[in-house]
Structure formats: C-alpha cells, structure tokens
Ligand binder design. Structure first.
Ligand SMILES: Nc1ncnc2c1ncn2[C@@H]1O[C@H](COP(=O)(O)OP(=O)(O)OP(=O)(O)O)[C@@H](O)[C@H]1O
Length: 569
C-alpha cells in the first residue's frame, strides 16, 4: 500500500453499519473505496478538499483505546445533479477506524500536508439580528457555529447593536487579533465593514484583512455574485479561507467623508425602488419586486449630466494603485488615492479630456454602476462583469415607457440577459462624474447638494411633459446625498472570501477540474433556472399594490395623468 493509502473501517453519518474501505489522499481529494457487500450504494466516494470543513482526532491519553484509532472528517456533499437549489449541499461526516493509532496519526499528518484540512485562522463573526427578516441569529446558531465547531478556527461572535455599528467595529478592531471579518447578514453590513476598514488611519494594512459574507439579508447580491448559494456553502467558504481580490469604488462628494462600495451605485428608478423597498422589509426578498413595480408604474426622469473616463486611463492608473495621497497637513487623513478629486470643484464646469459627457442625455430614467453580476439574490444582471476586473460597468437609460421597462424585469431577471434588451446603454469606464440637476447648478454651493423635493420646472422638461425628480443616490443599498459625485475604481483593493472550487489554483488534475466544473455549472444553472413564473406572480401581486398606489396618487398625479404620461399620449 502506498504511503497515501490507508485501510480502515468506515461509517457515514447516514449509514450506521461500518464497512471495510481503502482511503487514498491525492493532491486535491480524499477518495473512499468501500468494499463490496457494504450497505453503502456507491463503492467510491470522492471528497474534494474544498468541501472538507473540519475533522476530529483523538487528542489525549485518556481517550478510550478504540477512539485512539478513530478520525472523523466533516464535509459538505453536493447531491448532483440536484445542485440547482441550495438544499443540494448537505453537511455530512465520515468516521474512519484505523487498525493502529500510528496509522490514524499518519493519515492526519498526510492530509494536513496536502491541504485537506482548513488552516487555523481567527474570525470575527458579525451577526446583524435585524438583517433580512430577522433570521441572521438563527442562521448563525443553526448553521454557521455548528460547522465552525470542528474547523480549527478561532471564532468570536458579536451582534451588531445599532445601524452602522459594523462601521465602528471594523474601524476599531485589533488587526493583530483577527484574520477575517465575516458578516452574517446582508450587503448593508458588509458595506459597513468595507467602510470601517478603509476609514482607518492604517487602511493600507486593514484592506488586506479578508472579508466574507454568510447571506442572511434580503438582497444578498454579493453572495450570489460569488456563487454562494446557501449559508452552508458560505460557511464552508469562510472555513476554507480562499480569497479573491475585490475591486472597490470610491464615491467622493464635496465636504463629505468619502464612501466606499463593493457592489453598486444607482440613481433613478432602481435607486428609488431599492431605498423605498425598506418600507416593505417584512416581505423579505420580495420587497425589491414590489417596490420596483410601484416605481415602474410611476416612472420619473432624473435630470443631470454624467461624464465618463475611458477605462484605459484608469488602467494606467492601476499600475500606481493604492498609493497614498501625500499628507498636506497634520490633520489630513490618508486614504486610497484619488486622481480626480479636483473635479468636485464647482468652478470646473466641464471635466477636461479624456473625460467626455454622455451625449444627448440630459434626463435619465435609470443609471446603474455595477461591480458584480448580481444586483440581488434573485436578480442576475449579467455575466459580463467580474468583481476583480478593475473596470466599472455603467448602464443607463432614458426610457420611460412602463411596459418597455417591465419586460426585462419580468422575463430576464434571472437569465443574465437583462442588459441585452434594447433598454439600457452599456459602457465600460474607469471613472464617472455625476452632476445632478437641470443645468448642473447645485442648490447648495458648499456641498453641491440638490435639495428641491419636486423638481419639475425646467422649460425643456415641461415641453416634453417630463415628470422629474432629483432622485436618490443609492450605494450598496444605502442612501447618500444627491450631489455632484466623483466615482473612481480602486482595482483589487480588498480581499474577499470565495468558494474554493470557483477559484482553485492551477493544477493538472482532471478529476478535480471535472468535479469543480460540475459544481460551477450547477451553481450558475441555479442562478438562471428560477423560473420566470415567479416573476409573473410577483408582478401580479405588485399590480394590486400598485393600483392602490395610483389611486392614492402619492405623487400628486391623477390616474388619468399618469396613464397619459406612461403611454406617452
Ligand atoms: N442591531 C441593529 N439594529 C438596527 N439596525 C441594525 C442593527 N444592526 C445592523 N443594523 C442595520 O441594518 C441594516 C440592514 O442590514 P443588512 O444590509 O445586513 O440587511 P438587509 O438590508 O436585510 O440585506 P441586504 O442589504 O442584502 O438587502 C444596515 O444598514 C445596518 O446598519
């Protein structure tokens, strides 16, 4: 028998009777060959190391004789081909009884050397008891903590106690004591962790601390974008500790602290709907569909100008990435470099070349900047973006016909083809300057903030019967002032925990690749398959709510006026 092979008696969590088996440890997986006559259906079980989240081995002399030869391996099994729904991933255990204690020890040592077991790390788990519909605590207790128990990780759990508490925690956490900050919540708390870490005087060190997410919010766009389909897979991801680079956008406004985003920025219909969806939080993920539908049938246009920087100018910038801005005064706060901060000065009416304005677009109905493929757990926008490609993706539209906007949201919400419809224009860029307002004139010169609640008076708008609003600025689901805003990309600024099989290192083992490819394919399929029927059902529910909204005429328009403007009569 080769040094990486072992003879054992094996029993599985769901099969009580032990049977003879041969174990082999390769570079990437543990294979269990059970002997004929066992009560286990399959005779060969492959457990990729990427699916092992812990083990138990006899630790002390007082252990019973029999237990000294025992090793228990905890792993996640995917029940192919049913990987399409999150319940396809299942926790399980295999218990091995070796003939001799030395064999058990040799097995553990060999498995460790080959990277089969998770490496020890210190995790700070931030649980938002209010995340989603208040399910985060239950998820932490029933899924996350039981899985972490045998992982070898040192875990500290902390509940967030108020809005933006995670910013304060991340801003103060002792980086010598923590390797990863993991949130059990939605995108909002992860956004706060990013901002807390990057607001620190030692941000250049803090940015290297890996961040992770166990989806327990209502949107969960980041987790879905990473291919994390369940809390179980998310916890496995945390335990295995594989990371990928993560691009970050910075959003600068005059005389305000800078905000950082890992997911999205939006303005217009989608932003209004996202922020307004907070009123329907009790609906869980459905809140976005209902708020979106209501906003769609009361479509507005949002006046302003948007300037873009071509991506190659950002690319050359990326070679000098993460440089510190030289301190100008003792009070000057060091932060990731901004090359275009001067464009926030209102004396600069038009940014110079290579910046250019988006032509013929004084009015928008929606504008979306994305760093990830998903804008929500159930909204798979496009597969043309990666969160580590160093480029910003901008979509915008001036469309205000209700049905034109509704169609992609019903039929293409989960198939990644939303952007292929003739609704939105698509741009790659390295930076964006947004100047909201009819003529770019801010209401408040010191902040450039647009404050008019109902901005409907421009002659051009009146002539076209356009119903306008300054609109809301939404960054990662959080509100920010509607004001002149500079958005820049900081390529690969942070590290995020990702499922190992999606980003495995280059190896030449075809079995590992085949297994991993199957998992990837299944996860992608899972993102696409949720039927459009769900969308139609949601739309039907939303129609009822929306009809009430029209009758109540929240924005002061009568239903007749509304129909006329919607149908462009
Ligand atoms: N103890 C708390 N009490 C009240 N609010 C809290 C508390 N802890 C965190 N929050 C706030 O809850 C908000 C929502 O959190 P989070 O984004 O994680 O959940 P979600 O909105 O349901 O999910 P998603 O952002 O994915 O839609 C955050 O803005 C955060 O500041």
């Amino acid at each position: 028998m080769s040094p990486n092979q072992f003879q054992v008696k094996v029993s599985f969590a769901d099969h009580q009777r032990a049977s003879e088996a041969r174990l082999s440890l390769s570079t990437h997986e543990l294979t269990i060959h059970t002997s004929k006559g066992s009560d286990i259906n399959t005779t060969t079980i492959q457990v990729p190391y990427s699916c092992i989240y812990g083990y138990e081995a006899p630790a002390d002399k007082s252990t019973e004789d029999n237990d000294k030869n025992k090793v228990v391996v905890h792993y996640v099994a995917f029940s192919e081909p049913d990987l399409r729904n999150p319940s396809a991933a299942k926790r399980t255990t295999a218990q091995f009884l070796f003939e001799r204690t030395e064999d058990a020890g040799r097995f553990i040592q060999t498995a460790r050397d080959l990277g089969a077991f998770p490496k020890p790390k210190r995790i700070l788990l931030l649980v938002n008891p209010n995340g989603g519909v208040g399910k985060a605590k239950r998820i932490s207790d029933s899924v996350v903590k039981p899985m972490l128990q045998h992982s070898g990780l040192t875990v500290n759990e902390q509940y967030t106690e108020y809005g933006r508490h995670a910013v304060d925690i991340a801003a103060k956490v002792d980086l010598d004591e923590v390797d990863s900050l993991v949130v059990v919540s939605g995108d909002g708390v992860l956004h706060e962790v990013v901002n807390g870490l990057l607001s620190r005087p030692d941000w250049d060190r803090a940015r290297k601390t890996s961040i992770g997410i166990v989806p327990a919010g209502s949107g969960n766009a980041i987790a879905a974008s990473l291919g994390i389909v369940s809390q179980l897979v998310a916890t496995l991801t945390v335990v295995r500790g594989e990371t990928s680079k993560l691009d970050i956008f910075s959003l600068s406004q005059l005389n305000r602290p800078r905000i950082y985003s890992m997911l999205s920025f939006s303005w217009g219909m989608m932003a209004d709907a996202d922020i307004e969806s907070d009123n329907y939080r009790w609906l869980g993920p459905l809140r976005f569909d209902v708020a979106g539908f209501i906003r769609m049938i009361r479509l507005r246009r949002y006046p302003g100008k948007v300037y873009v920087l071509p991506p190659k100018h950002q690319q050359s910038h990326s070679t000098a990435k993460h440089q510190l801005t030289p301190p100008q005064s003792p009070s000057h706060k060091r932060e990731p470099e901004s090359r275009f901060q001067h464009l926030l000065d209102s004396n600069i009416k038009e940014p110079p070349k290579p910046w250019s304005v988006i032509p013929n677009m004084p009015f928008y109905s929606m504008l979306l900047l994305l760093n990830c493929p998903n804008v929500g757990e159930t909204i798979f926008f496009t597969n043309t973006i990666r969160f580590n490609d160093g480029i910003m993706r901008l979509w915008y539209s001036a469309e205000t016909r209700f049905w034109k906007i509704l169609m992609p949201f019903i039929f293409d919400q989960q198939n990644g083809k939303m952007v292929e419809r003739d609704l939105m224009k698509d741009l790659e860029c390295g930076g964006i300057l947004i100047v909201p307002g009819v003529e770019g004139e801010p209401d408040d010169p010191s902040t450039h903030k647009v404050t008019e609640p109902d901005w409907v008076t421009s002659p051009a708008a009146k002539a076209q019967n356009i119903y306008q609003k300054p609109g809301l600025f939404d960054v990662d689901g959080e509100l920010m002032p509607t004001a002149r805003t500079l958005i820049e990309v900081h390529p690969s600024l942070m590290n995020i925990l990702v499922p190992e099989w999606l980003y495995h290192k280059d190896d030449d083992n075809s079995t590992a690749r085949a297994h991993e490819a199957a998992v990837i394919q299944a996860i992608k399929a899972q993102q696409k398959v949720r039927s459009s029927f769900g969308g139609i059902l949601v739309a039907a529910t939303a129609v009822a709510v929306a009809a009430a909204a029209i009758i109540l005429s929240a924005d002061g328009h009568s239903p007749v006026e509304f129909l006329r403007s919607t149908l462009q009569l």
